[in-house]
Design a protein around this ligand. Sequence first.
Ligand SMILES: Cc1ncc(COP(=O)(O)O)c(C=O)c1O
Length: 453
Amino acid sequence: MTHAYPDSPVFYRKLAHDYPKIVRGEGCWLIDERGKRYLDAVGGAYVANVGHSNPEIAEAIAQQAREFGYLSGTMFTHGPVEELAAELAETLPGDLSKLYFLCSGSEAVEAALKLARQYWVERGKPSKQRIIALGPGYHGSTLLALSASAREAYKAMFRPWLVDVHRIPASYPYRCECGGKNAGCPVCSGAVLEEAITRLGAENVAAFIAEPVGGSSTGGSTPRPEYFKLVREICDRHDVLFVADEVLVGVGRTGTWWAIEPYGVAPDIMTFGKGVSGGYAALSGIAVPARIVDAIAEGSGNFMHAQTFSHHPVACAAGVATMRYLKEHRLVERCARMGRVLHERLRPLADLPHVGDVRGRGLLAGIEFVDDKASRAPLPRSAKFAEKFAEAALDAGLTVWPNVGHADGTNGDLVMVAPPFIIEEHEIDEIVSRLTVALETTLKGLTADVRST
Ligand SMILES: Cc1ncc(COP(=O)(O)O)c(C=O)c1O
């Protein structure tokens, strides 16, 4: 029995793929119906931060479902949402203190950008409606989040429905002429943001959205240490809200609760998702300061973003259990510690053919592949290197996340690893050895005729 289109009633994500059917998870591992074991080196999609089949989280979810499964967040409040807000608030930077819960990262980004717009309308500045975002960058697949994303291939057919988001180049040291070393570089310092705001007119700009550490789009690139300080100053100077998208890099992934922390500044609005429930429920949200919520409380009185499943009791119970597990087991500290081990063990991969760069922070690492290591020229898109690498890794029993297009909008191949925070050193070694096998397999398939097309 295959698990492939059209043999099953499932409308699969990839229609030319025969899916392994997973029947069990054990910590960092997934086991399929044939007994094959996969080391889940990317936690599915940067999600399973506390590992699979955690009995404490499973029990918390079951307990909540036994009490009540659903109630509407517009009518009632409940224990899990109050507790989750308190657990998260303890960790948040700056004056972020109020939490609104949703189900996916895309919804969190939609809500964050709509809140920025509503804030300015309620404050009597309705001309502030433009959004500035980075390229490369990804913020989700719903229409406003997609508009903010720099994924041309995802956007092309929906162009008539998308909002015009102004794009500035992302800090991406490996692909910047200065290599991220020039403090005066307008891109690597963040000064390009001021040019963009001036060009659009500050009176028209509502928000700037950015990932504090690059996710898939720039393969774990970390901007220079002063980058977000300048971003913060520019946003303050021009009355522009700074939205930090921590959907992928937040909740400990880079070795601090929030990836923005080492930059010593706080955003006006923060999004989170993915790891906040360890993947045990669909949960995301936004964190905001009272000064922003006050604008609505003193104005219309309602945030104009209603969703049936916002503040969901069972999802919030999964979030509470995950946050408590992270805290009790000091897993964010462990992520920082094991992240250092991961980067040390991954470093030798940079000497292998076609590996251009290995980078990241905490348990987030990107491995970028190139055609030519000296010139950093990307492989031709027709080679589908990243996709083939991910397939070879899966064959070798390893999950990784591929990304393409970051070099010039079309070309560019990288894969990411982001293992659960409970990963052990011997499992990190296993990741490295399976990555090496996947690279050998992929290189064998990189035939001269494919490369010449
Ligand atoms: C930075 C960032 N923001 C938003 C999203 C969208 O999240 P979701 O896929 O849960 O809608 C993603 C997803 O990968 C992301 O990486």
